[in-house]
Design a protein around this ligand. Structure first.
Ligand SMILES: Cc1cc2nc3c(=O)[nH]c(=O)nc-3n(C[C@H](O)[C@H](O)[C@H](O)COP(=O)(O)OP(=O)(O)OC[C@H]3O[C@@H](n4cnc5c(N)ncnc54)[C@H](O)[C@@H]3O)c2cc1C
Length: 308
């Protein structure tokens, strides 16, 4: 591509196979792929992508994304080489590409509590913030006191807790489209606790994952959902587990190519080895339609569709 000055970008690769970079193991190739190691590298990559009018996709651990099977004319920016952790009293400053599980383990070693829920969640801190990853009613966003981003004009911005809002598997930055920015680093506020108590919590969270399906997946396919019921003039919100709905609608074991809905957990789609993105996407649609036709509930995917 003319104007794409390779000399300016460290760790740039062309024609990159993305399938090995996602936990589902599907996806085609991207025209450009880069692994920046410093803020300047990120800014340079972002700037070149914008100047060359390339679609830009940010990739963390790839544990919640699906890319198309087809070649994408895009720049994929990986955060994996930007992964430092710095503890300061009860606060931790962490770069976006740090593994969430590693951060949780380091916090525990420092007798800091707050991240126990995160021990079994794959992926990076940046990816976790993007979707407010969590477990057991907790999510990473509740811990953030500072967030540094590169915005859609390629400028560095420091945000505080008043600048964003969050909920279950949801994170929004006020007046900024989070799909157009890059999360660089954050400060999380933790609190001191006895190591034994932290370890007991970690064990409790891990024990809940014993029955989690093994194999290539992106975790839960759909978000749990809420419906409003009007009983005796009282509005009640009812939480519905996506897994339970899918199970009740007979989705376990449904197949598409080499993709299958897990027999153990209806909210997990597994790649048995040779599935293509198309298979996974078709299976998602089939499950969505089946649940909608039988219950009237339209499940919202938790998996992020990139370039689709
Ligand atoms: C076995 C398994 C179990 C799981 N269990 C859970 C669970 O208990 N709870 C839960 O919440 N999730 C769970 N997940 C889903 C997944 O691990 C989380 O959503 C995780 O936080 C995604 O992080 P990632 O780095 O892999 O993000 P990716 O998959 O790489 O990206 C996800 C999205 O975030 C964006 N993104 C990533 N990094 C950045 C950044 N630095 N700046 C801007 N945007 C960015 C991407 O563009 C994409 O839209 C599970 C997944 C698997 C495979």
């Amino acid at each position: 591509m003319s104007g794409f000055n390779l000399n300016n970008l460290n760790n740039l690769e062309r024609d990159k196979d993305l399938s090995g970079l996602t936990s589902l193991g599907v996806g085609g190739r991207a025209e450009y792929y880069v692994e920046p190691e410093s803020i300047d590298d990120f800014k340079a990559a972002f700037k070149l992508g914008l100047e060359n009018k390339l679609k830009i996709y940010i990739l963390g651990g790839g544990s919640n994304v699906i890319f198309p099977d087809d070649y994408i004319k895009a720049l994929v920016i990986s955060t994996k080489k930007f992964n430092k952790i710095l503890f300061n009293d009860n606060n931790v400053r962490v770069q976006a590409g740090c593994s969430l599980a590693r951060l949780a383990a380091e916090a525990a070693k420092n007798n800091l509590s707050g991240l126990e829920f995160a021990v079994g969640i794959p992926g990076t801190v940046g990816g976790a913030i993007f979707g407010n990853a969590g477990a057991g009613g907790h999510g990473i966003a509740e811990l953030i006191s500072e967030l540094i981003i590169i915005d859609d004009k390629c400028e560095l911005k420091k945000l505080s807790a008043e600048d964003f809002s969050y909920g279950y598997r949801n994170f929004e930055i006020n007046n900024i489209d989070k799909n157009k920015i890059l999360i660089l680093e954050c400060v999380l506020k933790l609190h001191e606790a006895e190591r034994e108590l932290i370890d007991a919590e970690v064990k409790r969270y891990l024990s809940k994952r014993i029955n989690q399906p093994m194999g290539r997946s992106a975790g839960c396919t759909f978000k749990n959902t809420e419906i409003k019921k009007n009983n005796n003039n009282e509005n009640n919100e009812i939480n519905l587990s996506a897994g339970k709905l899918l199970d009740e609608c007979g989705c376990k074991g449904l197949e598409c190519g080499d993709a299958i809905v897990s027999e153990n957990h209806a909210n997990f789609i597994l790649n048995r080895g040779r599935a293509r993105s198309e298979d996974i996407i078709n299976l998602i649609k089939i499950c969505q339609e089946r649940v909608f036709n039988r219950t009237g509930v339209m499940l919202e995917p938790e998996i992020k569709f990139m370039a689709l």
